[in-house]
Structures are given as structure tokens and as C-alpha cells.
Design a protein around this ligand. Structure first.
Ligand SMILES: CCCCCCCCCC(=O)SCCNC(=O)CCNC(=O)[C@H](O)C(C)(C)COP(=O)(O)OP(=O)(O)OC[C@H]1O[C@@H](n2cnc3c(N)ncnc32)[C@H](O)[C@@H]1OP(=O)(O)O
Ligand SMILES: O=C(O)CCC(=O)C(=O)O
Length: 332
């Protein structure tokens, strides 16, 4: 058994006890007729009872070998074509690590840390519509599903300044839509990921808390643009390193505190992800909330890059990105 599988087995072992925490933490009124009142998963028969309880208590669920090697190889090839500029995708954001952000651009995947917003690339967007992914997503979002945000992350070998780390954060910080419980991220390893190359690190159970204040961590070597982290993060909290094989997929709640470590290898650690939300979610105004700092930053960057973007709301920026992948388009 792999280390990751063993860790998961140990964690699921804890679920043998009665899910009292689940019942007490739900915001919905609990009923004596429904001792297991679930909050984070929906009533459908897709999840196995142990998977459902695991997500309720931990805020994430790792599914082994969900995406086939053939599909992954196609995603990797398309990423390579994008990096070489053999294909150009409208609206795609290409990010370089802060250590090389000011150097001359080289059209090679070694120079690219992440691509974001590939909703208009049919090759990559196939990931967001894979039936085996949507089958799980539906358990968290319900039947009307929007793909709201897409990324292919190519974590580079660390250049010695630890900038390849992703600070511990909650994805909800970036999202002006709610309810949080109807949003989920699917993150698939495009190769083996482990502590050496900077796998995801999660703080189990933190999805039951609230959205925390985020800001740039004070890292000596610098921090990538928009990589906010939870302020006053306590590194002593229990954490789990999600070591995964190619094709393994983790689903996680947008309040789950997570991040990823430094890539200490010479390889580029690749993963593909999509944030989904129920199309029944509604937009919120984040002014006056802890999210105002990221709203201002995103709007400032957008208006620098695209003068036409001045005056466009944060909510509209998300509405442009969102694509219906299943069911009916409603509010989002
Ligand atoms: C809506 C927001 C995203 C939603 C995220 C959903 C939640 C998921 C959780 C996360 O992933 S959190 C991390 C979110 N981070 C990002 O989304 C970063 C996305 N990156 C970008 O948008 C672009 O890479 C960026 C706008 C920062 C730069 O792209 P450009 O095409 O404008 O690059 P360009 O080479 O023209 O450089 C413009 C300026 O940015 C600087 N720059 C580029 N890459 C940088 C970098 N990595 N770090 C810091 N600064 C950077 C660059 O030095 C330069 O500075 P100056 O204006 O001072 O000359
Ligand atoms: O892939 C990674 O290294 C981190 C991704 C992450 O934290 C995120 O997408 O929110």
C-alpha cells in the first residue's frame, strides 16, 4: 500500500465513530428523525457512506486513479503546445514564477508556472466535463454545475528562494459567490506528487470554520502575485500531505486550509484543476469584507492589462469565466 493510501486508510479509520461532529456542526436544524444531518454533501446515492462521512469531517476526498493516463497525456501535450505558442487561447493567463517574472520570456514549459482560465481551450476544458469527475462534483454542488475557474499548475524546481511554495489559504477568499458548501475544487495529479516535489498539504476539518483574513506572507525570497495566505497561520496545526499518483484526484471544500510545499526536485510538478459551483449560487458584494483586498488587486491587474476592463465588477469577471458543464444555468 502506498504511503498516501495508508494515510487515507488511517484517516478513514477515525470515521468508525459516530459522526457527532457532523450533526452538531450543521447550520440546518437537526431533526431527531435524521441523526446524520449532512451539511457538506448532498442526498444522492453516488458517494459511498464512508466517502460521504470522510468529506463531511475532513473537507476533502481523495479518489484513486479517477483520470486515465491517455487523457492526462493529452492534457500535457496541449500544455506543451501552449507553452511553445503553437496554439493561442483567448483569455488564457500565463504565469511565471516571481524569480523569473522580469526576465525575457522564453516559450518553453520550463518558464511557465501555471496557466489559468483555459475555459476556451476545448482540449484542456475536456478535463472539466469528464463524467467521472462530474459524478463526484454533483455530490457537493448538486445537478446544475458551473466550471468557474481552471488551472494547470506546473510547479517549477525551486530556484533557491522557496518561491515555489503556495502559502496556506482558503480558495473562498477569491470567490464572490456563495454558498461555500456548494463550491468544490477537483485537483488531479498529472504525475506522481509527493513531499519532494511539493504535493498539496491540507488541514483536515478546517472547512467547518469561517473565511479567514488573507494577505501576502512575509517570505524573505518573495511571494508570487496574488498568492495570499491565511494571516496569523499557525504552523503547529495538524496537517496531511496528499501524496498522489498520476490520475488520482482530490475534491476539496473552498474553506479547507491548504497549500503546497517547495519543489525540491529538478522536475516540474504538474496538476490540473477546476473549481466548480452550483449554478444556483449567487454573487455577493465583498466590499467591507476580508475579501476586499483581493478584489482590489484583481481589478487593478485587469485594468492594467485591459483598459476596457476598467469599471467591470469583480462579479462580472467571474461571470465571464464561468461555463455550464451540467444541468441548467440559473444565477451564476
Ligand atoms: C481571480 C483571481 C484568481 C483566482 C484564483 C482562484 C483560487 C485558486 C487559488 C490560487 O490559485 S491563489 C493564486 C492566485 N494567483 C494567481 O491567480 C496568479 C495569476 N497570475 C497572473 O494573473 C499573472 O501571472 C500576472 C498578472 C501576475 C502577471 O502576468 P502578466 O502577463 O501581466 O505578466 P507580465 O510579464 O506582463 O508582468 C506584469 C507585471 O507583473 C509582474 N509579475 C509577473 N509575474 C509575477 C509573479 N509571479 N509574481 C509577482 N509579480 C509578477 C511583472 O514583474 C510585472 O511587474 P511590473 O509591472 O512591475 O513590471
Ligand atoms: O497546486 C498547487 O501547488 C496548489 C494549488 C492550490 O492551492 C490551489 O489551487 O488553490
Amino acid at each position: 500500500m502506498s504511503q498516501a493510501a495508508e494515510r487515507l486508510r488511517l484517516l478513514t479509520g477515525h470515521l468508525d465513530r459516530a459522526p457527532a461532529v457532523v450533526a452538531t456542526r450543521t447550520s440546518a436544524p437537526t431533526s431527531a428523525l435524521h441523526p446524520h444531518k449532512f451539511r457538506y454533501t448532498l442526498d444522492n446515492d453516488l458517494l459511498k457512506p464512508e466517502e460521504r462521512l470522510f468529506y463531511e469531517q475532513n473537507g476533502f476526498l481523495l479518489v484513486k486513479k479517477l483520470v486515465a493516463d491517455e487523457a492526462i497525456d493529452l492534457f500535457r501535450k496541449e500544455f506543451e503546445r501552449i507553452c511553445k505558442r503553437e496554439v493561442r487561447i483567448p483569455g488564457l493567463i500565463v504565469m511565471r514564477d516571481i524569480t523569473i517574472a522580469k526576465s525575457e520570456f522564453v516559450p518553453d514549459q520550463k518558464a511557465i508556472t501555471k496557466i489559468q482560465d483555459f475555459q476556451d481551450d476545448p482540449e484542456l476544458f475536456r478535463y472539466c466535463s469528464l463524467p467521472q469527475i462530474l459524478k463526484y462534483v454533483e455530490c457537493f454542488t448538486g445537478p446544475n454545475i458551473m466550471a468557474m475557474h481552471t488551472m494547470l499548475i506546473n510547479k517549477p524546481p525551486d530556484a533557491g528562494k522557496k518561491t515555489s511554495r503556495h502559502p496556506m489559504h482558503q480558495d473562498l477568499h477569491y470567490f464572490p459567490f456563495r454558498p461555500a458548501d456548494r463550491i468544490v475544487c477537483a485537483w488531479t495529479a498529472l504525475e506522481r506528487v509527493n513531499r519532494q516535489n511539493g504535493c498539496l498539504v491540507v488541514l483536515p476539518g478546517t472547512h467547518t470554520g469561517t473565511l479567514k483574513e488573507h494577505d501576502y506572507p512575509e517570505w524573505e525570497g518573495g511571494v508570487n502575485k496574488m498568492y495570499h495566505g491565511v494571516r496569523d497561520y499557525d504552523p503547529q496545526q495538524p496537517r496531511v500531505h496528499l501524496e498522489m499518483e498520476k490520475g488520482d484526484t482530490v475534491f476539496f471544500h473552498p474553506l479547507l486550509i491548504h497549500g503546497s510545499g517547495m519543489n525540491k526536485t529538478q522536475g516540474f510538478r504538474k496538476a490540473i484543476s477546476c473549481h466548480y459551483a452550483s449554478s444556483d449560487c449567487n454573487y455577493i458584494d465583498v466590499k467591507g469584507t476580508t475579501q476586499e483586498n483581493i478584489e482590489n488587486e484583481v481589478k487593478e491587474i485587469a485594468s492594467k492589462k485591459l483598459p476596457e476592463a476598467v469599471g467591470i465588477t469583480f462579479q462580472d469577471m467571474w461571470a465571464f469565466r464561468g461555463r455550464l458543464v451540467k444541468g441548467e444555468k440559473r444565477i451564476l
